[in-house]
Design a protein around this ligand. Structure first.
Ligand SMILES: [Zn+2]
Length: 286
């Protein structure tokens, strides 16, 4: 416990108080900007959101921690949320190509804005968060290489198949290989929709419904299986704010329902086609 005894600090002389945080030595009161950190109450702060994305085969999950953030809390949350995304964000085609890169990019841009804030002025209602280790020193940072490895292995296998097809005929002109596809011979079969009671299937959720994850805790589960439950049910974990549909449903949660703090995206796939977003649940944790 570091005890501060004001009388032991002699003006102009050396102080016995040692602290690595120089902000406490010379607080810059002019930096107060009238915005206060949502987490510790300190100023200056800036209003922005940090996000974490989790890619899943059927459901995608977006966590959103809105600000305002002071510098310390912002750096702490940036590191935590981005570390999670680097590991959990790649597992699903849409997540891999679109959602996770944008999530990480948005966090990095916001990290730049946080970095331009002056340190929080001491004397706030509570202590700012511990920033923790820099992202590059966390084990999750290896997740940054997951897409590079995946893309690299695709290129390597493509290069390998090309070089073998031309071997032995190097003096002949090579013609582009034509791939014949059966013209619409294969009609994708729509998977049989399991008969469920309409009011437990989250696909029929309406605003005000509550959901429960039968597979594990909603906030941390990698493979949620959602059902509608009465909001009075102690199992109810989150309240549905809206259920937009269509390929951009998750964006609608972000833009139209900022009070949602989690987004579940339901995707479906017909035959061997790409996964298509069918609907999203914008929910607020209870
Ligand atoms: Zn703070």
């Amino acid at each position: 416990m570091l005890e501060y005894d004001g009388s032991s600090v002699t003006p102009g002389g050396s102080s016995s108080l040692t602290t690595s945080d120089t902000a406490f030595a010379t607080p810059d009161f002019a930096s107060a900007n009238g915005v206060y950190c949502k987490y510790c109450g300190a100023t200056p702060a800036v209003k922005l959101d940090f996000r974490a994305h989790r890619g899943l085969i059927l459901f995608m999950q977006m966590r959103n921690l809105p600000g305002p953030y002071c510098r310390n809390c912002g750096i702490a949350v940036f590191r935590h949320m981005t570390a999670d995304s680097l590991v959990q964000g790649w597992w699903g085609p849409i997540s891999f190509v679109v959602v996770n890169p944008l999530t990480i990019l948005s966090n990095v841009v916001n990290r730049g804005r946080i970095g331009r804030l002056a340190p929080p002025i001491p004397g706030g209602p509570s202590q700012p968060m511990d920033e923790g280790k820099p992202l590059v020193q966390r084990w999750q940072f290896f997740g940054f290489f997951i897409p590079l490895i995946a893309i690299g292995s695709v290129i390597a296998s493509a290069a390998g198949s090309q070089s073998s097809s031309g071997s032995g005929y190097s003096s002949y002109p090579t013609y582009p290989r034509t791939t014949y596809t059966a013209p619409y011979a294969v009609i994708p079969s729509v998977p049989a929709v399991p008969k469920t009671t309409a009011r437990t299937d989250p696909g029929f959720a309406v605003a005000g419904d509550c959901i429960h994850n039968t597979h594990g805790p909603l906030a941390t589960d990698d493979d949620p299986v959602l059902v509608i439950v009465p909001c009075t049910d102690p199992q109810a974990e989150a309240e549905v704010i809206a259920r937009p549909t269509g390929p951009l449903a998750d964006n609608q949660c972000d833009t139209d329902y900022p009070e949602a703090d989690m987004v579940f995206t339901h995707t479906t796939r017909y035959g061997s086609g790409p996964e298509i977003q069918t609907y999203a649940l914008c929910v607020r944790m209870k």
